[in-house]
Design a protein around this ligand. Sequence first.
Ligand code: AMP
Ligand code: FE
Ligand code: FE
Ligand code: ZN
Length: 283
Amino acid sequence: MKFADLHLHTQFSDGTFTPEELVLRAQNAGLACIALTDHDTVEGCARAAAAAAAVKLEFISGAELTAEHQDTEVHILGYFLDLQNRVLLERIGKFQAVRQNRIREMCAALNRLGVPLQAESVFALANCRSPGRPHVARALVQENLIGNLDEAFEKYLKKGRPAWVPKTKMSALDGVELIQQAGGHAIMAHPGLNRTDDIIPDLVAAGLDGIECFHTKHSTVMSERYLELAEKYHLLVTGGSDCHGFSKKQPLIGTVRLPYEYVERLCAAKSRADEKRRPAAAR
Ligand code: AMP
Ligand code: FE
Ligand code: FE
Ligand code: ZN
């Protein structure tokens, strides 16, 4: 049987692998297909696509957009994104700027607490357009300002802690549209983790294409429940490990194995959507 892992991060957001390392790990895990879904960026996709092509591994370009709907945070995965799409690049560029400003605000809050971390150190360590709290935590450890990453979150960065800064998010309905206008399919990420069941009907009404039923943080019972919901709403089904490399214990890549038939359905939906988008004269 062939399997896929459609939820993976690299150094271009808060993962620790380069795109090339990710592809090598996918091969070693015996995967037939992977998707790269870094937070609010597609920066790593071209490199991952090239590395995957070189070893004949199937690759899907993606991203995981941080969004909200009615005060509920929801992550929207976009698959088959056109990496040159101007509207997509412009919109995610704005949210990357929001992330960078948030790093400055978190450092200012740390400085007020007497912790001398500079935003420039975090940017140098992150070396990507989409930095987040894990980079602040790593910079604190690197500069011996805290013992370890968990402590950094517990003491400063967790919601409600003194250096926590809320993040301005895009509307989930806009996120779905943004992904689709870039030729992609919009999938609700890990509903069991973010507890976003209640907003599924609204997102479906806005054109949501699918739900991530299989995920590291989903129990078997949860996955079955989401498979039923997917059937009820005629949605695509995806799944992935949400591997962040070595940032969280052992790398998770390949530990959630999505049966390949779901990839085939995703690809078929993409072909149908492309066909609809083509001008009638070209059909
Ligand atoms: P951000 O998007 O900047 O708010 O950061 C979110 C990321 O921080 C998540 O993807 C997790 O990888 C990580 N994270 C959130 N909470 C914790 C925690 N308590 N301990 C370690 N990592 C965390
Ligand atoms: Fe993450
Ligand atoms: Fe997520
Ligand atoms: Zn993720």
